[in-house]
Design a protein around this ligand. Structure first.
Ligand SMILES: [Zn+2]
Ligand SMILES: [Zn+2]
Length: 134
């Protein structure tokens, strides 16, 4: 199993995940837009047990955006790092923090009903107005 490393802008926080994402997609919801500061967030999901903070765990701040979900960011540089789902036991890694290229690619767009009006989707990936069908 290959592993991927990720890091924040200032480098204080580093993490490691296996190159084995269960899903990978682009989320256009308003919360991801706020948290990422961009028109959408490219995220890859993995079982929380496979996620490892390798450096700077005490430098990660968590914001509880709902009962289920915490979002994590570097306390020093503010980089958006990941969200963690408490009962689903998933970590959704913000793909922009990866230092290595994952073997998978984003395969869908979700929450396109909340897409920023100035943002254009320029690929042929499936689009879901809300969450993808289970
Ligand atoms: Zn940082
Ligand atoms: Zn989202």
């Amino acid at each position: 199993m290959d592993f991927l490393t990720g890091s924040c802008l200032c480098g204080r926080v580093t993490l490691r995940v296996p190159d084995d994402f269960e899903y990978m997609g682009n989320c256009h919801c308003s919360e991801c837009r706020k948290f990422s500061g961009s028109d959408y967030a490219a995220v890859g999901g993995i079982d929380s047990a496979k996620f490892e903070l390798t450096n700077g765990a005490d430098n990660v701040s968590y914001y509880r955006k709902s009962a289920e979900t915490d979002v994590a960011f570097c306390s020093t540089c503010g980089s958006s790092l990941f969200s963690r789902k408490r009962t689903a036991r998933k970590h959704n890694i913000r793909l922009g923090i990866l230092d290595d290229a994952p073997s998978a690619r984003p395969a869908f767009h979700i929450h396109t009903a909340s897409r920023a009006s100035w943002s254009t989707i320029c690929d042929d990936l499936p689009q879901f107005e809300h969450a993808p069908p289970q």
